[in-house]
Ligand binder design. Structure first.
Ligand code: SF4
Ligand code: SF4
Ligand code: FES
Length: 291
């Protein structure tokens, strides 16, 4: 009996719900009125006049109405520069491609041009950490690019022909191995977020350079694998990475330098071998050039 009553009740409630569901009456949706967000923000921006300046570095406050500029941090910086033309920062593409606008925003490295202005009332912008500051938000990238250049970041073919004469072919599968590597824009957000790079920056190459080292080693068209791996066989160059993965968290392009370094370490230590190329790289070049 009880269960029969329950069934009736269930049926009734189902009917009511179905009637409600199919009812053509307009529902009055009551939503809370949106609280207007205060667009005024205080930007605390790191200012330093350079090593020849007698003044110590300081944070300067800029009050900015962010409804009057674009929605990215770079737009706010450009607006601040309109107010104070002495502010110096790097930028070029405004599209997250040139990698030049890296800054430390609220303690996290980012590319200013693709990072929305945070909702916080007070927003702090520093240069990327553990780099020599040239002026304001501009840091000295010489050491970073010296390390990058040292890995020979270009294709090396043993059979050298005239430059630009041949087209080097690659299968779709071999090309897929470069996905997640070639997109790196060398912004250095990862390297400057890496504790090992802070502590051993002179000898540890840092995640960005190591990601590129792996990118060229794994490229099926490159023929200098042994030499490249030999050059990285060192206690510091790659093995100072302790897989803390700050680099991966910091990458504004969503890449995974930590994973690339882990794979690179396996190749360096001989645990893995570079897979053979699926096709002959010279397949589409002139017959005389085939090797
Ligand atoms: S995973 Fe390696 S490279 Fe990345 S932050 Fe940690 S120590 Fe640095
Ligand atoms: S891996 Fe990411 S964070 Fe590191 S340099 Fe490349 S784009 Fe920048
Ligand atoms: S301006 Fe080029 S990456 Fe930001």
């Amino acid at each position: 009996m009880k269960s029969f009553r329950k069934l009736l009740w269930d049926k009734n409630s189902l009917c009511v719900s179905l009637t409600k569901f199919y009812s053509t009456e307009k529902k009055v949706v009551t939503t809370k009125p949106r609280q207007p967000v205060d667009p005024r923000r205080i930007f605390k921006v790191y200012r330093f006049g350079g090593i020849l300046s007698k003044e110590k570095p300081k944070l300067i406050n800029y009050d900015l109405d962010v409804s009057k500029c674009g929605r990215m941090v770079l737009d706010a910086l450009i607006k601040i520069k309109d107010m104070d033309p002495t502010l110096v920062f790097r930028r070029s593409c405004r599209e997250g491609i040139c990698g030049s606008c890296a800054v430390n925003l609220q303690g996290t490295n980012c590319l200013a041009c693709i990072t929305p202005i945070p909702p916080d009332k007070v927003i702090t912008i520093h240069p990327i950490p553990h780099m020599y500051v040239i002026r304001d938000l501009v840091v000295d990238m010489t050491h970073f690019f010296d390390a990058y250049n040292s890995i020979r970041p270009y294709l090396v073919r043993l059979n050298k022909g005239p430059l630009g004469k041949y087209q080097y072919a690659q299968s779709i599968n071999d090309n897929a191995k470069l996905v997640g590597l070639y997109e790196c824009v060398l912004c250095s957000c990862c390297s400057t977020a890496c504790p090992s790079y802070w502590w051993n920056g002179r000898r540890f190459m840092g995640p960005a350079t190591l990601l590129h080292a792996y990118r060229w080693i794994i490229d099926s068209r490159d023929e200098d694998t042994e030499q490249r791996l030999h050059e990285l066989r060192d206690d510091f160059k790659a093995f100072r990475c302790h897989t803390i993965l700050n680099c991966t968290l910091a990458c504004p392009k969503g890449l995974h330098p930590g994973l690339a370094i882990a794979k690179l370490k396996r190749l360096i230590s001989g645990l893995d071998k570079k897979p053979l190329s699926e096709i002959n790289a010279m397949i589409y070049s002139e017959p005389a050039a085939k090797c």
